[in-house]
Design a protein. Sequence first.
Lengths: 214, 352
Amino acid sequence: MPESNELIDSLVSALLSIDRLAVKTVLSRAGNGLNHMQLIEELVVPAMERIGDEWSAGNVSLSQVYMSGRICEEFAGPSGYPESASRKEQPKIACAVLEDHHSLGKKIVCAFLRAAGFVITDYGQGLSVDDLVRRTIKDEIAVLMISALMLPSALKVKKVRQRLDEEDYKIKVVVGGAPFLFDGELWKDVGADAMGKNASEAIEIMEALAGEAV
Amino acid sequence: MTDAPRTSLQRVFTTLGHKEPDRVPLFLLLTMHGAKELGLTIREYFSKAENVVEGQLRMLRKYRNDCIYSFFYAPVEVEAWGVEVLYMEDGPPNSSAPFIRRSEDIKGLPPPGVKDAECLVKVLNAQKMLKAEVGDTVPIIGVVMSPFSLPVMQMGFDKYIELMYEQPELFWLLMQVNEEFCVQWANAQLEAGATAICYFDPVSSTTVIPREMYLKTGFQIAKKTIARIKGPTATHMASGRCLPILSDIAETGTAVVGVSVLEDLAAIKAVCRGKLTVMGNLNGIEMRRWTPELSERVVKEAIAKAGQGGGFILSDNHGEIPWQVPEEVLLSISEAVHKWGQYPLEWLKDVQ
């Protein structure tokens, strides 16, 4: 494979330009001698992580992050990303949006995590606290990710945590979304175990939590 | 030389002219707090124009505010297109599932008539009553979603981003429909008594799209739409970043820009000086747990960064203060701007 940093740079640039043809070209250049999963792990994931970090720094836009995730999902093919050899041991993970219908953040995070080899159950959006708690316990979820755009929805995470504690259900709750970015203390107020500032941070958090939660 | 305005409206017009009035104007953009004033639920409060009128007048006096905010809630526009509005006990009414399910639905989509939509007529009635109460003493701020930002509620954020990048023809068709609606809605509000229109355009923010995309889309749409609105406009980014596009925004014909706490107010003011009045940028999410001392410190810092020379309105950074922000914090913000916002800002010499 040509110098991998140079390829990652080229892939980031192609993704941010929403240029599918350029993405394909970069991946073909890199593809010699690498299987599909290696390409994802060595090229696609580092590129997506860099894009996530650049978004946090204000250097790239949400539309570019979303479209990058989508193009990478297309590359993974109709059956999604193949199971990663390095992720054989992973907790059961679910993601959801409480109360409202703003699902963009959840979709971006899911795309990034799937690209990184995690298997995610998507509960969708507009869920009530009761509904989310019931499904989480029934499915024996070990890590629950909750995305919020509105402050009232973010504050409802506290109720989810309380209800899960009342049921004596052991789980890691991870939150993300605008209210948590504007108030760095909010995730602690609502009883979450972690907060991701962007989709690439979600990968780091999930890697750290995976060991604890399995 | 400092002018000596007698009314909030004069104070605001002076600062819009990039001159120092008697004091930094305060725009506490309060909506749901009116329900607290009247002891009503949020749903009850917005059910009648009379409630909003009473709520706004009480808050004007209580917080010594410099504007009336005649905004009801963001999904009022898609409600006019038939979308159900979901009420919450502790937050702004929200839109339910988008009504454009497939991008093909955009073809043949007619804009609703403003005068035929009960929810919009209610807002217009509130503006008429408010105008009768305050006359030309206090600016009444009307609100529209920009044609470019409305599709987030019409079709969902993800589908809209895909449309923008992948189906330009349908994108521009939707913009045409939305522009007609936006112009009609803005001008109806001005006719009803609004002094100015706040043009909410968060999708144009560099938080959401890159500048190159903005120049091809949101910028062109804003220029065309704002030119057809028969009154002054303030462009608001609803917490989104805009420093890299401030000079572009100034070319859209708008007079004011609502800016984010994520960017440095001094840097923003440096670009806007003499071109755009800066409105912002208090952090509404953090505000719910501010102490009076912290409120005073934050207000003082904002005035220090952007107050000199006028062209500045102190406000929150989102365009709506959350329900969870207590009255004591709002009173302390008001107190701080009345204390530290008196022109000329002599105290700044000591700081500098």
